[in-house]
Design a protein around this ligand. Structure first.
Ligand code: DER
Length: 231
């Protein structure tokens, strides 16, 4: 079946884990979009939930669909975050950030008791890294940060290149948080845990797309149906 149908299947299965009264993290991306669509239908039917959106795009969608929203300041502890991923390895470590929302996504996932990843089977990999690793960086001293990040990536065996993300119109992409994103071509990341720590140690790096130990389980959709994949 077509990829959108698979994404919708995974989103529908994730909805079965949502209970009345839950405080939810609302993910970003095309798969999470299906989840918010389906959640809104349940809210219209009387389901009582509140959600913290992980991006301005998801906020706008939720507002348009009348999904009640809150902020992480008002609701610092969430019950469940549902979000997509660009890559999922067997330990449920993720690469995220293809949609540029990784900073709020990681903050919201970290504030949640559980995080469910929803994806079609194309996201499952044996080793992370074929998908370019997004690294969110502060504008101040961008070139110095870029050099420092390049050194860390070299040491981790990522050959590069390290590209500043641009929008379709050629202008530099700026995140909801006002930062820029460097996308690192690694091919394969032998030790995601070590790379995650080394990137955080670089001043100027705000966040990166390696989500280590945050996903509780994944819901993977394939033509045979959506199945739960544990850690
Ligand atoms: O940008 C993100 O982090 C998205 O969640 C991404 O990881 C998955 O987006 P997709 O569901 O559109 O593939």
């Amino acid at each position: 079946s077509d990829p959108e149908a698979l994404k919708r299947d995974a989103a529908a299965k994730a909805l079965s884990f949502v209970e009345d009264g839950m405080r939810l993290g609302l993910g970003t991306g095309s798969t999470a979009k299906h989840f918010v669509d389906l959640l809104a239908e349940r809210v219209a039917g009387g389901l009582r939930v509140i959600g913290v959106p992980t991006s301005e795009v998801t906020r706008a969608q939720a507002e348009r669909l009348n999904v009640p929203l809150t902020t992480l300041d008002e609701t610092p502890e969430l019950d469940l975050t549902i979000d997509g991923a660009d890559e999922i390895d067997p330990a449920l470590n993720l690469i995220k950030g293809g949609g540029g929302a990784l900073l709020r996504e990681k903050i919201v996932a970290s504030a949640s008791a559980r995080m469910i990843v929803i994806a079609d089977a194309s996201k499952q990999v044996a080793t992370l890294g074929r998908y370019p690793l997004p690294i969110e960086v502060n504008l101040f001293g961008l070139e110095a940060t870029r050099r420092a990040v390049a050194k860390v990536l070299d040491a981790a065996g990522c050959p590069g290149p390290l590209n500043l993300r641009k929008k379709a119109d050629g202008h530099v992409f700026v995140t909801d948080g006002g930062h820029m994103i460097l996308d690192a071509a690694c091919e394969r990341i032998a030790d995601p845990v070590a790379l995650a720590a080394r990137l955080h140690a670089v001043p100027g790096v705000v966040e990166h797309g390696l989500f280590i130990g945050l996903a509780s389980f994944a819901i993977i959709a394939s033509p045979g149906g959506a199945e739960v994949v544990g850690r």
